[in-house]
Write a protein that binds this ligand. Structure first.
Ligand code: RTP
Ligand code: MG
Length: 140
C-alpha cells in the first residue's frame, strides 16, 4: 500500500475535554504523521455542507449543532494506508461497538459525540483536505 493522506477532525466533545494531545498520540502510535493542523470553529453553513451526505438523516440537525458548539482541530494525517489505518484507530461510530484501544472506545461519549471524524475513501479524503487546507499549509 502506498503512502496516503487522510483528513481528520478532533470533534467538540474532545477539544472541550482537553483531549487533543491524547488523540494525536494515538495517531502517532499507529504510524500516522500530522502534516497539517489547525484549530477552528465551523459556521453552521460549513457544518451543513461538510455533513451534507447525512442531510436527510434524523440526527442531521443535532450533528451540525454539535459540530459548531466548540472549536475543532482539523488535521491532515499521512502514512501507509492512512485512510483505513485512521478508521481503525478511530474505532466504530458507536463507542459501545468500538474495539479496545481505539479512540472512540477510550474517549467518545456517545454515537453522536464520538470525538473524531476520519475520511472514508480516497475521493472524500481529497475533497475534505482541499476544503479545509490550501496547498501551502501541507508540509509533508
Ligand atoms: P465520521 O463521518 O464523523 O467520521 O463518522 P462515521 O463515518 O463513523 O459515521 P457516519 O455514519 O458518517 O456519521 C457521521 C457522524 O454523525 C453522527 N451520528 N449520529 N445519533 C446518531 O444516531 C448518529 N449517527 C451518526 C456521529 O457523530 C458520526 O460520526
Ligand atoms: Mg462518515
Amino acid at each position: 500500500m502506498a503512502i496516503q493522506r487522510t483528513f481528520s477532525i478532533i470533534k467538540p466533545d474532545a477539544t472541550k475535554r482537553n483531549l487533543t494531545g491524547a488523540i494525536v498520540a494515538k495517531f502517532e502510535e499507529a504510524g500516522l504523521r500530522v502534516v497539517a493542523s489547525k484549530r477552528i470553529q465551523m459556521t453552521l453553513a460549513q457544518a451543513q455542507e461538510f455533513y451534507g451526505v447525512h442531510s436527510e438523516r434524523p440526527f442531521f440537525g443535532e450533528l451540525c449543532d454539535f459540530m459548531i458548539s466548540e472549536p475543532i482541530v482539523v488535521q491532515v494525517l499521512e502514512g501507509e494506508d492512512a485512510i483505513a489505518k485512521n478508521r481503525e484507530v478511530m474505532g466504530a461510530t458507536n463507542p459501545s461497538d468500538a474495539a479496545d484501544g481505539t479512540i472512540r472506545k477510550e474517549f467518545a461519549l456517545s454515537i453522536g459525540e464520538n470525538s473524531v471524524h476520519g475520511s472514508d475513501a480516497p475521493e472524500t479524503a481529497a475533497e475534505e483536505i482541499a476544503y479545509f487546507f490550501s496547498g501551502l499549509e501541507l508540509v509533508g
